[in-house]
Design a protein. Structure first.
Length: 490
């Protein structure tokens, strides 16, 4: 193995599969493919495998930070880590951490994956990976809906609050209000309360009775409601009120950060009910309206998409996690948000498809594959029920004043977006971007894109993220070196 002064590290040993993303889906896929005899490159932007779900503190701080009890499925995580470590020692696995993939391309003999190595930041080195098969498991990110004051310091995503807890044992704020919809609010609230924060309220926009319309997925997934019951017990012990059909509709600041949260009860369509607004003192707000599949690396390859049922589009796959592009597979939240257990099963099924398509010798037995596919079907059914029980409130734009920032990067207001739509000049978020710069900032529309879409598109039209040829910020130097070099992991 060698490296040039500008080019990436090179190796002469061929690889069969590149897996992008080392979360639950990517780890399970890589482990299954390795057990089946393939030579795998697993690449991730993090400092350790696990993704956001199994996010851990840095190695030097593990065991010293209060993160015990924040993780679930650790037995699965440890088993996957052990499998990956064993194959890494034999040389069958190349594990590239702190590597950010910025684009992928389809070639005649497979796929090329372009990444930058940031193990010695701020230095960036280009890395080019090639293999006949590519599996993308890049997960999802928090979906946000704006409200007056959401740009104040102290207003975070619910996922951001959890990442601070898992990655550093950091409890953000003393008085916290959580809002949005979906079961993810419960573990965040329970973890904060158990670690000393005063969780003043959890505002759930949906009504619990919505689950009564979906009894079968609940009964077939007892671990899900058992987990919710445990969180509920923690919240009860800490006297955390959970207010249903309630939303955070505004926040006010004092001395440069959030100080007051305004909540209101919601009508059936999500409109705030007159006379129900409450003002709550708080120094931290966590908001989460579900998640958006991370499709940046898949869209440029021409994959077909499918309605995920929760207001977003996801990658269309067959029962083997194959996309509509030959040789390209995906698993986990890129196929629709459904949780870590689903992601692990989808990763294993996807790897079996790779093994089959590459005629590898080590296919798992038929009974094991049937069990994984049954698990995928069961968890997907639960995910669909969850999306129907926790929809976005249709009338949420009524919370917005015209001067509410919708795109925080470019400071584009709700009034500007509404004007672009009212003039019939913009019918989707891409056209709004052209007219108002909404989505042209640092986040490239990841934060504001779903909200802009809801403001200007038909109610039943799911959000399709814009296609980006460069998925993550990369320096011009690394970009130039990547184009000049022919070195690669092959």
């Amino acid at each position: 193995m060698a490296s040039g002064p500008h080019g990436p590290v090179t190796t002469s040993e061929p690889r069969d599969l590149v897996v992008v993303g080392a979360g639950p889906a990517g780890m399970a896929a890589a482990a299954t493919a390795l057990d089946g005899g393939l030579r795998v490159v697993l690449v991730d932007s993090g400092a350790a495998p696990g993704g956001q779900f199994w996010r851990h503190p840095p190695l030097h701080a593990q065991g010293t930070l209060p993160t015990a009890g924040l993780h679930h499925g650790l037995r699965t995580y440890r088993a996957l880590r052990a499998t990956l470590s064993a194959h890494r020692r034999t040389g069958r696995l190349t594990l590239l951490l702190n590597h950010h993939v910025w684009t992928t391309a389809r070639e005649d003999d497979g796929f090329t994956v372009h990444a930058v190595d940031r193990t010695r930041a701020p230095e960036e080195r280009p890395v080019v990976l090639r293999a006949p098969a590519l599996l993308v498991a890049t997960g999802a990110y928090d979906r946000q809906l704006p409200f007056p004051g959401w740009d104040l310091p102290g207003v975070l995503t619910a996922g951001g609050l959890q990442s601070l807890l898992k990655g550093g044992g950091v409890v953000t704020g003393r008085r916290v209000v959580l809002g949005g919809t979906g079961p993810f609010l419960l573990p965040v609230a329970a973890a904060l309360a158990a670690r000393g924060a005063e969780v003043v309220a959890v505002c759930e926009a949906a009504a619990p009775s919505a689950w009564l319309r979906h009894p079968v997925p609940l009964l077939r997934n007892p671990a899900k409601w058992a987990e919710a019951a445990r969180y509920g017990g923690t919240l009860a012990r800490h006297r955390v009120p959970v207010r249903t059909r309630t939303a955070i509709v505004g926040a006010e600041g004092e001395q440069g950060r959030v100080a007051v949260v305004r909540t209101a009860s919601l009508d059936v369509d999500g409109s705030p009910l007159p006379g129900t607004e409450r003002r709550i003192e708080a120094d931290t707000v966590g908001v989460g309206w579900g998640f958006v599949p991370q499709l940046d690396l898949l869209l440029p390859l021409g994959c077909d998409l499918a309605d995920a049922g929760d207001g977003t589009m996801a990658t269309a796959v067959d029962d083997g996690q194959r996309t509509t592009v030959p040789g390209l597979y995906t698993a986990g939240e890129t196929c629709g948000v459904g949780g870590a257990a689903l992601a692990v099963s989808e990763g294993r099924v996807a790897a079996v498809s790779v093994l089959t398509d590459l005629s590898a010798p080590g296919l798992p037995n038929a009974r094991r594959l049937a069990a994984e596919r049954a698990a995928v079907a069961r968890h997907r059914a639960f995910a669909r029920a969850m999306a129907q029980a926790h929809p976005l409130p249709p009338a949420w734009p009524a919370w917005l004043t015209d001067d509410t920032p919708v795109c925080r990067c470019e400071e584009v207001t709700a009034g500007a977006v509404r004007s672009a739509h009212a003039d019939d000049a913009a019918s989707d978020h891409r056209q709004v971007k052209q007219l108002t710069r909404a989505g042209m900032g640092w986040c490239q529309g990841r934060m504001c894109g779903p909200a802009v879409h809801c403001l200007v598109s038909a109610r039943d039209q799911p959000y399709v993220p814009a296609e980006r040829l460069i998925a993550t910020p990369v320096t011009l130097g690394a970009l130039a070196d990547s184009g000049e070099t022919t070195s690669d992991h092959t």
